[in-house]
Design a protein around this ligand. Structure first.
Ligand code: SPD
Length: 425
């Protein structure tokens, strides 16, 4: 029977009760089930009932997957609805059967939109879009598609066009570029916002200028990660710099940025660049002692391939490869969104560099969950981040037409609110 969509009504019986009451696990399984079938996930929303049970839906480009669970009966009712030739909803079915530990099941497939019963009419999207292009609020073509970066309790969402401009999965991670309405092109790795066209300058100016200007004579730099190119763009504004070695684990990140974030990826061909596609942890392990003035860790969050970038062994090696006046700057997570990683990192650098030589910069980053983010700093000498020269900092800012960094922003970044001071004690 030729039909527009395939709808499988599933009964999963004898599932594990705990699984059917775990809203995060169910959402993750449903999203994975969609991805396994090669569907494009647009959004998901899940809800836990009191005292137990979960309801939720995953909206996919090709329709939706929905569920309601009754843990007390070890039962889940699932709808798998897909349109289009290339998606097989039975792949999602097979995945969920295992994920929920179903001892028994029944499933009924229906063709939806039987083509023997339907007549096609002349519905020309392009013509109608042209007619409506001045009616921004008509809502007709404004798809309401959101990307959400979240943990179990907090989230940051950005509305985007629904188009995925770049989508590649390496053995390390999935890299995407989405087109957001408020912040332009957005680089996403494994469901976390890495950077966006319109607020990237907060992050990239702050990861580089405060400590380069404080040091005053940085020549050799090592950047771990940073494949979007934003950090090297800022680092290379400093005339003293002789060489920047960048070790990025995933070529896909560089490719995505070169294709869709040209304002960030504009310095990869700079003759001072030594770009290595490889494992930054291994590189630092093997690098000679005292080889760099500055090491910048522009990594992702401490999950997946970036987890090792938050380990003590890695920072011990960073310390070793810095020369006697060397400085380490590390992407330090958020005191609000990643409190444990934030605190642990501070204590780790405090242990390696010494109490007086571990510092934190705070800055706002609108597109990261909670909006507040940090860089952690370790200095091998008694370099005081507040000793930066005001004229030099402000002249550098003005000459380069910087959008975020200036002398007072520099000073303010090192000021810790009292609740964060307490957190760090
Ligand atoms: N949650 C985002 C953590 C920051 C990751 N690094 C971003 C790379 C920008 N160059």
């Amino acid at each position: 029977m030729a039909a527009l969509g395939r709808h499988i009504l599933v009964e999963f019986i004898g599932c594990k009760s705990e699984t059917l009451n775990d809203v995060a696990l169910i959402e993750e399984s449903m999203v994975k089930a969609a991805q396994k079938a090669d569907a494009t996930v647009i959004n998901s929303t899940f809800h836990h009932f009191s005292p137990f049970g979960v309801s939720g839906v995953v909206v996919i480009q090709e329709s939706h997957l929905a569920i309601h669970t009754w843990p007390e009966y070890q039962y889940a009712a699932v709808d798998l609805f897909t349109c289009g030739e290339h998606i097989d909803p039975w792949i999602s079915f097979d995945y969920l059967k295992v994920a929920f530990g179903a001892k028994n099941y029944s499933a009924l497939e229906m063709g939806r939109g039987n083509l023997n019963l339907l007549n096609r009419v002349d519905f020309d999207m392009n013509r109608m879009a042209n007619q409506n292009k001045n009616h921004q609020n008509s809502g007709m073509y404004n798809r309401n598609v959101w990307f959400t970066d979240k943990d179990d309790n907090q989230a940051m969402s950005l509305r985007y066009t629904g188009d995925v401009l770049f989508d590649k999965t390496s053995s390390y991670q999935r890299t995407r570029v989405l087109d957001s309405y408020a912040y332009g092109k957005m680089l996403v790795i494994d469901n976390m916002v890495m950077t966006t066209d319109r607020d990237e300058f907060h992050y990239h100016e702050m990861i580089s200028h405060p400590m380069i200007l404080t040091h005053g004579n940085v020549k050799k730099v090592l950047v771990i990660g940073g494949g979007d190119g934003g950090s090297i763009r800022e680092i290379l504004r400093h005339d003293n710099i002789e060489q920047v070695t960048m070790v990025e684990i995933d070529q896909n990140v560089i490719d995505a940025s070169k294709q869709f974030l040209p304002a960030l990826s504009c310095q990869f061909n700079n003759p001072k660049m030594n770009l290595i596609i490889g494992d930054g942890i291994k590189y630092v392990n093997e690098a000679p002692d005292k080889a760099f003035d500055l090491v910048i860790v522009d990594g992702s969050d401490p999950v997946g391939p970036a987890e090792g970038l938050f380990s003590e062994a890695f920072f011990q090696n960073c310390y070793r490869v810095l020369n006697d006046k060397g400085v380490l700057v590390v992407q330090g997570e958020s005191p609000r969104f990643g409190e444990h990683a934030f605190v642990d990192l501070y204590h780790c650098l405090e242990k390696i560099f010494g109490k007086e030589r571990a510092h934190i910069m705070l800055f706002n980053q609108p597109t990261y969950p909670s909006g507040i983010w940090s860089f952690h700093v370790g200095t091998k000498s008694d370099l005081n981040p507040l000793s930066v020269n005001q004229n030099i900092a402000d002249e550098f800012s003005a000459k380069n037409d910087l959008k975020f960094y200036n002398y007072l922003v520099h000073l303010g970044a090192f000021a810790m609110p009292n609740y964060i001071k307490k957190m760090l004690q």
